[in-house]
Design a binder for this molecule. Structure first.
Ligand code: ADP
Ligand code: MG
Length: 610
């Protein structure tokens, strides 16, 4: 007897729903995308009980005629593509034609829709994939879809839903994403009858970001505008290096206005911060990548949150260079080195693309941007508050000193506020140089200052292919762990570029015969060990540039003068002069501040003189 049978449609739809409908936020995503594809200028999202009980999306888009409203719920029913060839250049957010079918198979759905000039609207009701009712209704031009009792017919899936607060958080996040990607659309988000987000149509991303995150968030961002037409235009905002997050949660990445989670773009972004942010610490970003439609395959993932670029490496370069240029224009890094000049020239010769425009912030803030938040304990309000606040708050990784601890009295000196006229006075705790400049009293961390100097020196030597090595009188040896051997073999050629001479003796024993200049022989073993420990799989696959930075940073750290070390006045002078000549005198290669300033003004204030 044969054993194979073709699954009934409703079973197939439920299986497809497993991929498309993960949680209420994924339903909202599909519905909002449909509204955007329908040309809506106004989208309202209403939820109850974290979207489980009700999730309703209304728009003023083009609507559907009755036949379409019924057909829309069939699997593979779409108005957006016709032929396979259409997949090569997808200009709409949807195209798979399975979202409505999937959603309707796992919930109770009511769709009401009306096209311009039609006598009556159509209402279609479907429960768990079964059509219940089709009738006339009243509705202005546009579409409203109400999804009730998600997973009512699949208890197993319902159990996987998280708390109302969590689901609401995901929904809020989703609305935020789409609102950012589409400033021209007015978004309203209502939770349990209360309006939590209402944004008027905005003229550009900056205004929309202002509406959503507020002024504080924008103030600290650097504008990105670069890339190359034909490959990838890159625009948006990134955070300054002093703003640090411990996860990628504050990175909003969009490809042709589609919100994506893309590791490649995330990595390119991190590489732009190489040498100013340590690994494991992430910048915040709102990055919009615009590519020609045929350059990107969006049909990779059922939920369409991943994309594949035809010229992956070129896109990564564009992102990295555009972000790097933004950092360079704020003097956080030096402008790109000669080998990348070609890319930069191409970038700067391109006129900004009209689709996303950035203008200076409006003199008077646009009205009503902040969502009304009541302290009454309503979970969504709290959630949203937390989310919006975390967007503008820096989170420090455990190894970094608390960012704001000294801020009230002494502030981090930034590239904009550094002065070239620094005069050392002495040392505090044999660890910090006390100095003055035109604006006040300075504290310079001697270790990180020297780290920055050495880092730049090692990188320059390596780039010029000059090594400056010192032979060890007695070669030191050390043993690799099995896991380290593979990493070691990969690292060896890079280490040699810096002047290391390392020899694998028998088995896993390594002899250190020469080390880069400035690195005390006694530190070589520690440094190599640490490096081998920290270079994990992700970093191994990172760009060679990043790898080289990692080595230079590690070398600099081990070769730099330590804290608790007395310095002669000449040595302090030398440190300061050299520091000022580096690419980034205000941040060390690991992203820490180098100089703190107590301003004369604050001193005067402290003594009640002003
Ligand atoms: P897809 O978006 O991939 O085409 P869906 O299942 O999401 O598939 O939607 C099926 C079709 O229903 C769409 O192609 C579109 O024609 C129509 N549709 C869905 N939502 C709306 C809406 N809000 N306004 C107008 N038409 C819509
Ligand atoms: Mg769709």
């Amino acid at each position: 007897m044969s054993k194979i049978r073709v699954l009934a449609d409703h079973v197939a739809n439920q299986i497809a729903a497993g991929e498309v409908v993960e949680r209420p936020a994924s339903v909202a995503k599909e519905l909002v995308e449909n509204s955007i594809d329908a040309g809506a200028t106004r989208i309202t999202i209403e939820i109850e009980a974290g979207g489980r009980r009700l999730l309703k999306v209304s728009d003023d888009g083009e609507g559907m005629v009755r036949d379409d409203a019924i057909l829309a719920f069939e699997r593979h029913a779409t108005s957006k593509i016709r032929e396979t060839d259409d997949l090569d250049a997808i200009g709409t957010l949807g195209f798979r034609g399975e979202a409505l079918a999937s959603i309707a198979s796992v919930a109770k759905v009511e769709l009401t829709t009306c096209i311009e000039g039609a006598g009556a609207a159509t209402r279609v009701a479907i429960d768990g994939g079964r059509m219940r009712d089709v009738k006339d209704a009243a509705h202005p031009r546009g579409t409203t879809i109400a999804v009730r009792d998600l997973f009512f017919n699949i208890p197993a899936r319902r159990k996987f839903l998280r708390s109302e607060a969590t689901e609401t958080y995901h929904l809020t996040n989703l609305v935020t994403h789409y609102a950012l990607a589409h400033p021209e659309i007015a978004f309203t988000f209502v939770n349990n009858g209360r309006e939590v987000v209402r944004t008027a149509p905005a003229k550009d991303l900056r205004e929309r970001a202002y509406q959503i995150f507020g002024e504080e968030f924008l103030k600290n961002l650097l504008e990105v505008d670069g890339g190359e037409t034909g490959v990838a235009r890159v625009s948006g905002f990134v955070s300054a290096p002093r703003d640090r997050r411990t996860s990628r949660d504050s990175q909003y990445l969009f490809v042709n206005r589609r919100f994506v989670r893309d590791r490649m773009i995330g990595r390119a972004l991190s590489e732009a911060y190489r040498s100013i942010l340590p690994y494991g610490v992430y910048p915040a970003a709102l990055l919009f990548i615009e590519t020609p439609l045929e350059e990107v395959d969006v049909n990779v993932h059922p939920a369409k949150t991943e994309v594949r670029f035809r010229r992956q490496a070129a896109v990564a370069d564009a992102v990295r260079e555009a972000v790097r240029a933004a950092l360079a224009s704020a003097s956080y890094v030096s402008p790109p080195e000669p080998p990348t000049m070609i890319a930069t020239a191409a970038v700067s010769s391109i006129a900004p693309q009209p689709r996303i425009e950035f203008v200076p912030p409006p003199p008077a803030p646009p009205p009503v941007p902040r969502p009304p938040v009541e302290p009454s304990g309503d979970e969504i309000a709290r959630d949203l508050e937390i989310m919006l606040r975390s967007a503008s708050r820096s989170v420090q990784s455990a190894s970094l000193p608390p960012l704001n601890s000294a801020e009230k009295i002494a502030r981090e000196v930034t590239p904009e506020t550094i002065s070239t006229n620094i005069r050392p006075l002495g040392q505090l705790d044999e660890s910090f140089i006390i100095a003055t400049d035109d604006q006040g009293l300075l504290l310079i961390d001697q270790h990180v200052a020297h780290e920055r100097i050495l880092f730049d020196k090692y990188r320059a030597l390596e780039a010029e292919r000059r090594t400056d090595a010192q032979q060890m009188l007695v070669p030191e040896t050390f043993d690799l762990t099995p896991a380290q051997t593979a990493v070691f073999d990969d690292l060896l050629p890079e280490l040699e570029k810096y002047g290391f001479e390392l020899m694998r003796l028998s088995g896993r024993t390594v002899a250190i015969r020469a080390v880069p200049a400035d690195l005390p022989g006694s530190e070589a073993r520690n440094m190599l060990f640490e490096l081998l420990e920290t270079v994990d799989a992700e970093k191994k696959s990172a760009a060679p540039e990043t790898m080289r930075d990692e080595i230079a940073a590690s070398l600099a750290c081990h070769a730099a003068i330590k804290v608790n070390m007395p310095l002669a006045p000449e040595k302090m002078r030398w440190l300061i002069d050299r520091l000022l000549q580096t690419s980034s005198p205000t941040t060390c290669p690991h992203g820490r501040p180098v100089i703190l300033r107590l301003s004369t003004r604050d001193i005067l204030k402290g003594f009640h003189r002003i």
